[in-house]
Design a protein around this ligand. Sequence first.
Ligand code: TYD
Length: 132
Amino acid sequence: MNYKLIDMPVHGDKRGKLVAIENLKDIPFEIKRVYYMFDTLPNESRGYHAHKDLEQVIIAMDGACRFVLDDGVNRETILLNRPDVGLYIGPGMWREMHDFSYGCKLVVLASKYYDEKEYIRNYDDFLASLKK
Ligand code: TYD
């Protein structure tokens, strides 16, 4: 399975906590794009795609969301619910996002600019891509 959880370094004192993310240090790729999701709803799932080459780190800045990750053989569920943990997902992974808490905010750091041609949005096409 081409994913891992990354513990972000937390700087905390009595005023609160702070996480700083530095390119190529805390994140194992060069960050080309940042996007975020908000106003998500518990009964609305998202994702249902894989990427050909894209690498991403996803952080639940607020709230929680359940990720389903699938490499064509194994399928695992990860609960993302901490602002100091990043979920790294590499290429060749089908992903789904379910069970968003109300007001969940997900930040995504990505290794490439947005390119719809880089998506695989059909599960059978994803399985076929693994055999190439
Ligand atoms: P989509 O990839 O379908 O969202 P998810 O996989 O999380 O369900 O993206 C939703 C819309 O946003 C779609 O019209 C494409 C657009 N979009 C961009 O324009 N740029 C981006 O970087 C991303 C991630 C999406």
